[in-house]
Design a protein around this ligand. Structure first.
Ligand code: CTP
Length: 460
């Protein structure tokens, strides 16, 4: 079904209710930018709940999800995701997270939207098909690449403070700038973000991180003062300190470079978060030594702990949290393996610890090379390639990925006539260590023989 046919049917259903209907928001904006989306928002000048019944009947829709409290409903149809909303005015009272809505006409609905580029509406009637209604010069702002609120910025942001982060998101994703007055208002009333739920903030934050070059959005979040509110541990990475002849580089900007590097390689959200958190504990672990200068001992361990706590606060899923903490905790290990005489068992330990995340860990470590000195970059890259080579060699030899000790607990219990208990774990651990040390190959029969050989020592 073409979009025009779809719009024809929807328009007719609205007519049958006696309602006006327009396409609004992201779809119209993206169309102006030459992008065709299958995610379409409509505004209904009338009762959206009554229109839901009408549309369900006329299009024979099977599923239709209603949110009567918000006057919206959504449905899927021929691969399109369609969302309908009452023309409305919506505002948040200063102490509440829940919006209050009132019925409105098209113009005032548009005036209560977030940015001029999102206030465009499209006529889908047969007579005026495709005409764009542009009350707030959204097309002009799209051409100039400007994010600006349709009303006084403070009013638009007071209606929904999440929009302050959305301004950054649109600027970052579209490569636009935030108009000065709009930006000043964000700086001024940034504290209002505190009434917004963390889930909504995190949703927008993720979209900023998924931009082609997320550092631009991170800088805007920082300059606007918003980052300080929901992620103060990150703004704490800023600053360069010089003592004697030693200075350490600004971890904030270094981290943004690592983030962009990972993004340039097509990294997914989890990997981008790992980049964001990899040095998060540097401020907390920073020490100065007269002889060697600045040190950050243990920052990977403290960092993994901090990442867990912060990501939990930000409401990320448990799986993401575990992944990020794991990469942060291991991010120094690959480079620690550059020594010529590094043993197979050290490489094996890394493979074992990183498990399925080994490739991502290697990507993160490569992205972490951000020196401005070309000779140093070359040296690091060469070292790093040597590590990758070693890992591949050991892996090839041992088939270690997804390492599972080849002798299972139930077999150990049978061999020694044991009941379930700590002894079984002890024997499993013993064989695991032996494999990692290279004392026995990662092979079932060899391991059984090895256990039998050490039977007495194990049971004593
Ligand atoms: N909107 C708003 N204020 C918000 C959220 C949304 O005014 N806090 C309006 C905007 O007009 C926006 C439309 O609702 O265009 C749809 O919102 P959403 O789906 O979040 O954004 P899109 O603009 O569709 O962008 P995308 O699909 O890229 O997220």
């Amino acid at each position: 079904m073409t979009t025009k046919e779809l719009f024809g049917k929807i328009y007719q259903a609205a007519q049958n209710c006696g309602y006006e209907i327009y396409v609004v928001g992201g779809y119209v904006r993206d169309l102006q930018l030459g992008k065709n989306s299958k995610d379409i928002d409509f505004v209904v000048v009338g009762d959206a709940m009554r229109f839901a019944d009408q549309l369900k009947k006329e299009l024979h829709l099977r599923t239709l999800v209603r949110y009567p409290r918000f006057g919206t409903f959504m449905t899927r149809y021929y691969g399109y995701t369609l969302e309908f909303v009452n023309a409305r005015e919506e505002s948040y009272s200063s102490h509440s997270r829940k919006p209050v809505t009132r019925q409105a006409d098209l113009r005032s609905d548009l005036s209560r939207r977030d940015f001029t580029i999102n206030t465009l509406a499209m006529d889908i009637s047969p007579q005026g098909y495709g005409r764009v209604i542009d009350v707030y010069h959204g097309i002009d702002d799209l051409q100039k690449g400007v994010i600006r609120t349709p009303l006084e910025p403070e009013q638009t942001f007071a209606d929904d403070p999440l929009r302050m982060i959305r301004a950054v998101r649109f600027a970052a994703r579209l490569g636009f700038t935030i108009e000065e007055k709009t930006f000043k208002a964000i700086r001024k009333i940034r504290d209002r973000l505190k009434i917004v739920s963390q889930e909504r903030i995190t949703d927008e934050f993720n979209k900023i991180l998924m931009a082609d070059a997320p550092s631009a959005g991170m800088r805007l979040l920082d300059e606007s003062g918003l980052l300080e509110i929901f992620f103060p541990e990150f703004t704490a990475l800023k600053g360069v300190e010089q003592k004697k002849k030693f200075h350490h580089k600004d971890v904030f900007y270094h981290t943004l470079e690592v983030l962009d590097n990972v993004a340039a390689g097509g990294g997914d959200l989890k990997l981008r978060l790992a980049a964001l958190f990899h040095d998060i504990a540097k401020p907390r672990t920073k020490r100065f030594s007269e002889q060697t200068g600045w040190t950050f001992h243990g920052h990977e361990v403290v960092g993994a702990r901090m990442a867990k706590a912060i990501l939990r606060r930000m409401k990320y899923p448990a799986e993401t949290i575990e992944y990020v903490a794991k990469l942060v905790g291991l991010h120094l290990r690959p480079m620690a393996l550059v020594d010529e005489e590094v043993t197979d068992s050290a490489v094996r330990r890394l493979i074992f610890l990183a498990g399925n995340e080994l490739d991502d860990l290697m990507t993160l470590c490569r992205a972490d090379i951000t020196s401005k000195n070309p000779n140093r970059v070359k040296r690091y890259r060469n070292n790093y390639d040597r590590v990758v080579q070693k890992v591949l060699e050991v892996e090839e030899r041992d088939r270690l990925r997804n390492f599972q000790p080849p002798v299972r607990g139930d077999e150990i219990m049978r061999m020694f006539d044991l009941q379930p208990g700590p002894m079984v774990g002890k024997i499993k651990k013993f064989i695991e260590e032996a494999i990692l040390n290279g004392d026995v190959p990662n092979d079932h029969d060899a391991c059984v023989a090895y256990i039998n050989q050490h039977k007495e020592e194990l049971l004593s």
